[in-house]
Design a protein. Structure first.
Length: 229
């Protein structure tokens, strides 16, 4: 694909503006300025615009290790968003596939593929989610029975689906949910008379958070990961 078309489709910028950026040496291919708007971009070429990597046109899928204090929306006037953390990637129409609370950390999936995002978040797909939980009070063995049986949350009539609870220490556990109700982990522990002090999502479906990613860091999903939904 021609360089100007590649950049236009990947960023949403008009072709005329893209050509101006190329002429002004704001575009690099494999670390070198490229002023040839007709250059044929190869599959392994690294293209940057004003220092930001531009991924190839088409659907893209990323994982992010969300830090505390960020929100899972595309724009926010008060808080940094997960999209703001992708400062080295230029892709059109990126959005988080699902949300975490501002004080919850861990795996967030980000894409520009609306249908894929729907498969991740739709309740009918019952996508498993795994969380590491820290609590204010001890987690006793009776929690295992209650979580497995389902818990009726405050202001709800229908109990939660059975959830797996693995007790790791007196105040830490791993929880696997098969649904995604509002603030579900925190509300389940609250129903047991306990308070969640830290919550970290480790896994969504078959996709596990890459242990090499520090808070705020991200990477593109592998083909196998993206195809797992």
């Amino acid at each position: 694909m021609r360089l100007d078309k590649y950049l236009s489709q990947a960023t949403g910028l008009p072709r005329s503006l893209v050509k101006r950026q190329i002429k002004c040496k704001n575009v690099e291919v494999n670390g070198q300025p490229c002023q040839d708007h007709g250059y044929k971009v190869l599959s392994d070429d690294q293209v940057t615009l004003e220092g930001h990597e531009v991924a190839a046109p088409g659907p893209k899928y990323l994982m992010l290790n969300k830090p505390q204090g960020t929100v899972c929306v595309t724009e926010d006037s008060e808080h940094p968003t997960v999209i703001d953390l992708l400062e080295q990637v230029t892709i059109r129409d990126l959005h988080p596939a699902g949300r975490l609370d501002i004080d919850t950390t861990g795996l967030v999936l980000i894409t520009n593929d609306g249908q894929w995002s729907h498969r991740v978040t739709s309740p009918k797909h019952q996508c498993d989610k795994v969380y590491l939980v820290s609590t204010a009070e001890p987690i006793t063995p009776d929690y295992l029975t209650q979580f497995a049986a389902g818990i009726t949350l405050r202001n709800e009539d229908k109990p939660t689906l059975p959830a797996e609870l693995e007790i790791l220490s007196a105040t830490q556990a791993r929880v696997t949910l098969h649904e995604g109700r509002y603030h579900q982990v925190k509300r389940m522990f609250a129903a047991m008379g306990n308070k969640v002090t830290a919550l970290h999502r480790e896994q969504i479906g078959h996709i596990r958070l890459d242990e090499d990613l520090e808070p705020g860091e991200y990477r593109f999903l592998t083909e196998a990961e993206a195809k797992s939904f």
